[in-house]
Design a protein around this ligand. Structure first.
Ligand code: SAH
Length: 364
């Protein structure tokens, strides 16, 4: 499989010249036949990487409580679209639904929609989630129904959306491209200045050689979510690794079997991702008249939602070994040197809803 996607890309580069980093990412991740996310299960210790819901059940449980609170803040409507972008193995949603079973009327109101392109994972999602609520699947945000308020959650989804990269030269910003040099894929710079530089934050002070990143699909999606929430009411919670204010740096990263790899070496065989520009997401949603909160750090968010109390309740019923596993998992989620600081949480709501839980410290 790897060879054939590499081969395909080499042929395309030879025929039509260099491609943007974004085009390369979309091919490597989502090419219908060979894309990394199309068929395999990338998660878990046997896979390439591990995510918060796979580390601890508490993650999904607290997000479930957050979503249920948002439903109540909407006045407990009879119908609500519950949407998850990129649900992986369905663990977060299963934990969220299990934790909210006893909230009167909530499950009955849920119309559950999952955005997923991976057939293997869809099957796992069906098994994990189907016993609580029957899901519907979509390839993207655009095909979701619009007949009710929206509650949306996305964990480690936005980092997979393609980025463009610009590099500062002594004269101007040039787009960084993927090109074919001999038999090898390599980065190169476009010969002229890039008009995309108009989208860069004015606060960025760049020396020659600096790299800036922009994800147009991430901005468009945040805008669509914001627009939907403004029009139909609702809330969204976006969790990912990334940065709170604009910054420079090359964050394109390939990971295979829990190790960092060369992003150009084996397209389709390694996960490719980039850090999420949360300021750009917040701004895009605000431009569509949604309200944004945060980003705050994952550690602060989970502690504000009561992760320590939840852990204490669980360990009371557990034996010593189980308790150690539960405590270890929670530490990994919140410790600053682990996922607590690098991972950020952004919430979007409509303008009428009260502030959501977890963002109290930074409310204006
Ligand atoms: N949220 C899960 C999985 C994160 S991995 C967790 O936290 O464990 C990224 C998820 O997004 C996978 O389910 C992957 O198949 C899905 N995905 C990646 N790119 C996608 C795209 N362009 N459209 C829809 N789903 C996508």
């Amino acid at each position: 499989m790897a060879e054939s996607l590499r081969q395909r890309l080499k042929t395309r580069l030879a025929l039509s010249g260099p491609m943007t980093v974004a085009d390369y990412m979309s091919e490597a991740l989502a090419n219908p036949r060979h894309g990394y996310y199309r068929h395999r299960d990338p998660l878990g210790t046997q896979g390439d990487f591990i995510t918060a819901p796979e580390i601890s059940q508490v993650f999904g449980e607290l997000i479930g409580a957050w979503l249920a609170e948002r439903w109540q803040a909407l006045g407990s409507p009879e119908k609500v679209l519950l949407v998850e972008l990129g649900p992986g193995r369905g663990t977060l949603m299963a934990d969220a639904l299990r934790a909210t079973r006893s909230i009167a009327g909530f499950h009955a109101a849920i119309d559950l929609h999952l955005v997923e392109i991976n057939e293997t994972l869809k099957q796992m999602q069906r098994e994990a989630i189907g016993k609580y609520v029957a899901p519907h699947w979509h390839d993207g945000f655009a095909s979701l129904p619009e007949d009710a308020p929206l509650l949306l959650v996305a964990n480690e989804f936005f980092d997979a959306l393609p980025i463009r990269q610009l590099q500062r030269t002594t004269q101007d910003w040039r787009e960084r491209l993927v090109s074919l040099q001999g038999e090898t894929l390599r980065f190169a710079l476009a010969p002229g200045p890039s008009p995309l530089s108009a989208l860069l934050s004015l606060t960025l002070q760049a020396n020659a050689g600096a790299i800036a990143e922009i994800s147009l699909p991430a901005r468009a999606l945040a805008r669509d979510i914001g627009e939907r929430i403004a029009r139909r009411r609702g809330a969204a919670l976006i969790v990912d690794y990334g940065y709170a204010s604009p910054r420079l740096g090359d964050s394109l990263q390939a990971v295979a079997q829990h190790k960092v790899a060369d992003p150009l070496a084996a397209p389709g065989e390694a996960d490719l991702s980039a850090h999420v520009d949360f300021a750009a997401l917040a701004q895009s949603a605000q431009s569509a008249r949604a309200m944004s909160y945060g980003p705050t750090t994952q550690g602060e968010f989970l502690q504000a939602l009561g992760i320590h109390q939840r852990l204490a309740a669980l360990t009371q019923r557990a034996d010593a070994t189980q308790a150690a596993v539960l405590e270890g998992g929670v530490q990994r989620l919140i410790a600053p040197r682990q996922m607590g600081t690098l991972f950020k949480v952004l919430a979007l709501t409509d303008l009428q809803s009260p502030a959501p839980a977890g963002f109290a410290a930074i409310e204006e």
